[in-house]
Write a protein that binds this ligand. Structure first.
Ligand code: MOS
Length: 729
């Protein structure tokens, strides 16, 4: 299916509203503090009680006793919920970790009790009175020591195989005249989104309504249903505003699960927020990876062998961190081998964080490419250009739907001033500062999923769109508004957008950078149906009708859109499915990242001076929100390159720096002016709207560009992230 319709037939091709840098639909609500976040809902659950989560004080072992008597007698306490009275909580589908120690303790800070009281302070004070006895057993906290000890799970939600060979990698690598064979490590990383997890739960018989902060409604209702042992139809989630997620709010975390579980036990509506210091050891994180990359090339730079072997760790039943994903598709080579190994570790679960696999994978592959370029005495951009491919390298019968990788590289080189780069490292000095320029390629899956929407037209001519899509700060409201305005031929102020309610038509939500392309396709479908219904009501021939300027027109006849609803509101619903497309095309987004750094020759301090991203992601739906996504990704990439690292205490088994005082992310002073440029393209295989996601593409490739710039500045190659100053002195 190719959505390349004849000119005029697809309203989104007009691009009168779409593509424009419209301000955020909900921006004024956020900047005036009137957008209601999960913890802030008032009056939705009268009599709400507060829950405080007591986390386990050991990482591995079992609870031998829980004495809650003093806590229960403390002022304001309504009850204490532990595995003894919580029923038997189930486990969701996407996250494997258990929401409550019962009585086995699987990881540090795993919830042991929820203390419920009239106020938060009373709950917190009483939690200090709960006495828990533990029997500690030895845990596994060292990834290298557990080397590949666990069986790899079958292909999971991320889809890829754990091992795949094309051609004969071993032979080709052995025969290659120029080689790189290096190992890179990326540490455990935290999502560290601005809004900590929080939920309110209210039961009504066997149905539960929750105000929460969650990225994917369909996974949320499914998983909370499984955890609570009720049908997902009995779960109603409401999450209209979300203060960031980065994958950490993909589906049900302990705040939501324990709010609902505790509310059922104490028979009161419940509010549970995770205090920041408990988040790091209880919610999911991006797991540490040790990645060996082997590249073999001819003297002309053409790759003859690409190998990527990746080790990560997880709780029993957890998945591998799919770092090899990009290596499967980014460069041509007849011989290739990817392999993922898994170790059992007793930390909280490792799972999706922004561009799972692809972000840390490129932190290895794209540095290895820089190392290869140096060995070949070849420009790093030219090396990438000669290894470009327009077909899936593992499956040459499958073309890329669009692949503007070389355009991104060339455009970026031009705009950034790549020709000023000295290929010899350590060659540029300004006073105490060593100056370096680096780049890296970027790739991120550009998939799309089934999405629905409901459209209502009222007598005032206002169109209201309802979908269960979420907005995690990405601009979903705004691109939905723009799509509907374009489709219906009205100005954006005539569109009302309602998101984040699980009773609305289903979408994949915010994940895998599928949100914007998927939901806009659903909105397209619903608006097409609305156009037909309007045309019929107004007595137009549906084939010839045009919607523009708030009017419905055909031939000489022109009627106000609002008139179609004169005799009553029109409500339609539709969805778009994309079952077979991925089989015919390799759908990906591409980019090139450039960085200039200054490294203090005496202290090793790194300052990022300039950065540029050039991205190709199909049609850009909103020039401002897309740019914001990409520059946000660039900031995150600087964190991954230079700062982010969950430090492990290997004796007791926990992440030590479990708050934002110890877990460092870039602040304003760390970030220079950032530039993002989008290649003008559309992808007619994606949807009628022809857009792909950009939110995760903006992160992939950033950290290796910074790493390569540091090498260019100093001549010291650091292969262990983050590149803190002591490593390159
Ligand atoms: Mo992203 S971690 O695939 O929401």
């Amino acid at each position: 299916m190719i959505f390349d319709t004849p000119a005029g037939a697809n309203p989104t091709d007009r691009m009168k509203v779409l593509g424009k840098p419209l301000d955020r639909y909900e921006g004024h609500l956020k900047t005036t503090g009137t957008a209601t976040y999960a913890y802030e809902w008032q009056n939705v659950a009268p009599g709400v009680a507060y829950g405080y989560i007591l986390g386990a004080a050991i990482a591995k072992g079992r609870i031998t006793s829980i004495d809650t008597r003093d806590a229960e007698r403390a002022p304001g306490v309504v009850g204490v919920v532990t595995y003894l009275n919580a029923g038997k909580p189930g486990v969701g589908k996407f996250y494997v970790q258990k929401m409550l120690a019962a009585p086995e303790v699987d990881h540090y800070h795993q919830p042991v009790a929820v203390v419920v009281a009239e106020t938060f302070e009373q709950a917190r004070a009483a939690a200090a009175l709960v006495r828990v006895g533990y029997q500690r057993t030895a845990g596994r906290f060292d990834l290298a020591a557990q080397n590949g000890s666990a069986p790899v799970p079958p292909e999971g939600e991320f889809g890829g195989p754990n091992e795949k060979q094309v051609g004969d990698f071993v032979k080709a690598f052995a025969a290659a005249p120029v080689k790189v064979d290096e190992t890179y490590t990326v540490p455990d990383q935290a999502h560290a989104m601005m809004e900590p997890h929080a939920s309110i739960a209210k039961w009504d018989g066997d149905r539960v309504t929750c105000w929460t902060s969650i990225q994917q409604m369909n996974w949320g209702t499914r998983d909370l249903g499984l955890i609570l042992g009720i049908p997902k139809q009995n779960v109603h989630l409401i999450s209209p505003y979300i203060g960031g997620g980065f994958g950490g709010k993909g589906t049900v975390q302990i705040d939501l699960a324990l709010a609902a579980i505790a509310a059922r036990v104490v028979k009161r509506p419940m509010k549970v927020a995770l205090q920041r210091p408990i988040m790091f050891n209880t919610t999911i994180h991006r797991p540490r990876t040790v990645q060996r990359v082997q590249l073999g090339a001819g003297h002309d730079g053409r790759l003859t062998a690409i190998g990527h072997d990746s080790l990560s760790g997880n709780l029993v039943g957890g998945r591998t961190e799919p770092t090899v994903t990009s290596t499967r598709t980014l460069y041509a080579s007849a011989n290739r081998l990817i392999r993922m190994r898994l170790a059992t570790l007793d930390f909280a679960e490792g799972n999706a964080m922004r561009a799972p696999g692809e972000a840390p994978g490129l932190m290895a592959l794209e540095v290895a490419m820089d190392e290869l370029a140096e060995k070949l005495k070849m420009d790093p951009i030219e090396l990438r250009v000669v290894n470009d491919t327009q077909v899936d390298p593992e499956n040459p019968s499958k073309p890329f739907s669009t692949r503007a990788f070389v355009r991104c590289l060339r455009e970026g080189a031009e705009r950034f001033g790549w020709d000023k780069r000295q290929s010899k490292p350590g060659a540029v000095r300004e006073g105490q500062w060593l100056i370096g320029i680096g780049m890296a390629g970027a790739i991120r899956g550009g998939k799309i999923a089934k999405a629905g929407a409901r459209a209502r037209l009222d007598r005032q001519g206002v169109v209201t769109i309802e979908t269960d899509m979420t907005d995690i700060g990405t601009g979903s409201y705004t691109v939905v508004q723009q799509t509907a305005a374009e489709m219906m031929g009205v100005t954006p102020d005539r569109i009302v957008v309602k998101l984040g309610d699980s009773t609305f038509p289903e979408t994949p939500g915010s994940g895998g950078q599928q949100g914007a392309p998927s939901v806009t396709a659903g909105v397209y479908a619903a608006c097409m149906k609305l156009r037909e219904t309007v045309a019929q009501r107004l007595g137009f021939n549906t084939a010839e009708v045009d919607f523009a300027d708030g009017q419905v027109r055909s031939g000489n006849r022109s009627v106000k859109l609002a008139d179609a609803a004169k005799d009553g509101e029109i409500v339609v619903e539709d969805l778009m499915e994309f079952a077979k497309l991925a089989d015919q095309f390799q759908q990906q987004t591409f980019g090139a990242h450039f960085a200039e750094v200054a490294v203090d020759a005496y202290t090793g301090e790194v300052r990022v001076r300039r950065m540029l991203a050039v991205c190709a992601a199909g049609r850009i739906l909103n020039a401002k929100t897309a740019r914001s996504q990409v520059i946000g990704g660039m900031v995150m990439g600087v964190g991954a390159a230079l700062m982010e690292d969950m430090a492990i205490d290997k004796r007791f088994g926990f992440f030590v720096n479990h708050d934002l005082a110890g877990y460092e992310v870039p602040v304003h002073a760390d970030i220079p002016h950032l530039d993002a440029f989008f290649i003008d393209e559309v992808d007619p295989t994606i949807s009628p709207v022809k857009a792909k996601g950009v939110g995760e593409l903006g992160l992939t490739g950033v950290a290796p560009a910074v790493a390569n710039a540091i090498y260019n500045a100093t001549g010291v190659r650091v292969r262990e992230y983050p590149i803190t100053l002591e490593k390159h002195l």
